[in-house]
Design a protein around this ligand. Sequence first.
Ligand code: ATR
Length: 271
Amino acid sequence: MKKYAVFGNPIKHSMSPLIHTYFAKHSGIELTYEAILGTIGKFELEAKEFLNKGGKGFNITLPFKQEAYNLADIKSDIAKITGSVNTISIKDGLIYGDNTDGSGFIKDIKNNIGYDIRKKKVLILGAGGAAMGIIPNILYEQPSEFKIYNRTYEKAKKLCNKFLDIGKLDIVSLEDLKKNKFDIIINSTSAGISGTEFFLPKNFFENDAICYDLSYGAASNSFKNWANKNKLTFYDGLGMLLEQAADSFYIWELKRPVITDELKNILLKKL
Ligand code: ATR
């Protein structure tokens, strides 16, 4: 039986085992997929142990995505650009590292929501690992403007510099937000995890702007409340979670699973 897993810390909350087991069952593929609590400082050792015991591949979530990048012998272009890996696969004895977060985000926005980022004015809130994972893919879509606001200026600056070769990402201060009219506001901050309320100035968005939170469930409620208060359409990151999982599944099995409403409903009940 083919063995897959997800490494993270914490990992108890992960819905990846459920998603991949569902994908496998509905694709007629036999595999196992387990959640592994990685030990901080021992990721490489534990990941290699999993592979030595016959593991065919695994996903990586916080906080090991950068270590997974270092583990890979061969890195995909997007993994190189982001310096972060969420999917490891084995081919001909070599460890391949890829990142499906950005492609998963774009697929959800484009195919599920039916929104085209091209020529739109895009704002991303937050400048951590989650932002880093999707910024290049957004740049590839060629928005007319792409700005980042983060509480800590230096972290936003670092991301702008990191992606200079791909496209233009400008920093905007809280004070200057109101000089803009964004079409789409993406929340990548972890503020919602602690339930922090969103304090943002008014009127820095078009009336028909959409809001997208990379988190889902309770962690996306703060931003959802803010979007609702401002009468903006809101989407959480559940669709992205499913799409990035489907892209990982494709890397391993060369078969793209179907994301059904049944699966979405199973996940919604778990939130
Ligand atoms: P992740 O990998 O999930 O992106 P991270 O790397 O810790 O997590 O980044 C979290 C982001 O959320 C950071 O940009 C952080 O802002 P700082 O760079 O100023 O730390 C942002 N963030 C977290 N809590 C926040 C809050 N209460 N208000 C605003 N931004 C917050």
